[in-house]
Ligand binder design. Structure first.
Ligand SMILES: [Zn+2]
Length: 253
């Protein structure tokens, strides 16, 4: 091999080496740039997510604060209303009239100038005068049913409607006024009726309204037909359950 050839060969080898190194260098630079871009994009994404989370948290916090303020205002308003409320108590007497208690009840009510509602059941001719007296003294004579016997009332929709209709007629014949105020024996959500006719109360409560009656339950029970043994028990039963809003108390007449 001549000298020139050797030089040229060495030159070629050097050239290849340079090109190879250049390519590798370019690849490395591209890789570095690529990795850099990926890292930057990731960081930007993380920052964006963090900012959004922060924003959401701050909205949530603001919402919670607003809700707390609202609750505080409402609670105070309710307390203030309860403090200032005088309330209305509706006295109702069921299952009468009776020779034993109705005259005494009427006397006490008259003495205290208090009006009440009497939910009556079928009465004898002898007791007609008591119903007339209830009416003439300004009380409301309302309907409880011709009979109070659950096994007769709640056998069917028709039986219960008939029970109200019959007592309505008797009251009309006594005082000359048609009453449409009713109270279901056992209350509108009684469970005893299920024994005789499953689901009858759901239908009945709609039916009576459709037929023009208005039914009333009670939210305080004197329990004088139950465990109350004397007037103190009755008094305590009623007063302990009174709250400053409209309350209907129920007694047995
Ligand atoms: Zn009753």
């Amino acid at each position: 091999m001549e000298k020139e050839d050797i030089i040229s060969d060495v030159g070629k080898k050097l050239n290849y080496k340079h090109i190879l190194m250049l390519i590798i260098g370019i690849i490395i630079i591209i890789l570095i740039i690529f990795i850099g871009i990926v890292i930057k994009t990731n960081n930007q994404k993380k920052i964006k997510i963090a900012k959004e989370t922060q924003k959401e948290e701050s909205i949530e916090n603001k919402k919670q604060q607003e809700e707390e303020i609202m609750r505080f205002v409402l609670e105070n308003k309710q307390k203030e209303e309860e403090k200032n409320a005088t309330g209305i108590i509706y006295l109702t007497f069921d299952d009468g009239p009776s020779q034993d208690s109705t005259p005494r009840i009427l006397e006490i009510l008259a003495k205290n100038n208090v009006k009440a509602t009497f939910f009556v059941i079928h009465y004898s001719e002898e007791n007609e005068a008591l119903v007339k007296k209830e009416h003439s003294q300004g009380h409301k004579v309302a309907l409880h049913g011709y009979t109070h016997t659950y096994s007769q009332i709640y056998t069917s929709l028709d039986a219960c409607m008939e029970n109200f209709r019959k007592i309505q007629e008797q009251v009309y014949n006594t005082i000359g006024e048609k009453s449409n105020i009713i109270r279901f024996p056992g209350g509108s959500s009684n469970t005893v009726s299920r024994k005789y006719c499953q689901g009858v109360m759901t239908e009945l409560t709609q039916k009576v309204v459709a037929e023009g009656y208005r039914y009333f339950d009670w939210n305080v029970d004197s329990d004088d037909a139950g465990k109350a043994k004397n007037s103190d028990d009755v008094y305590n039963n009623v007063t302990s359950k009174l709250k400053p809003r409209k309350v209907k108390c129920s007694f047995n007449a």
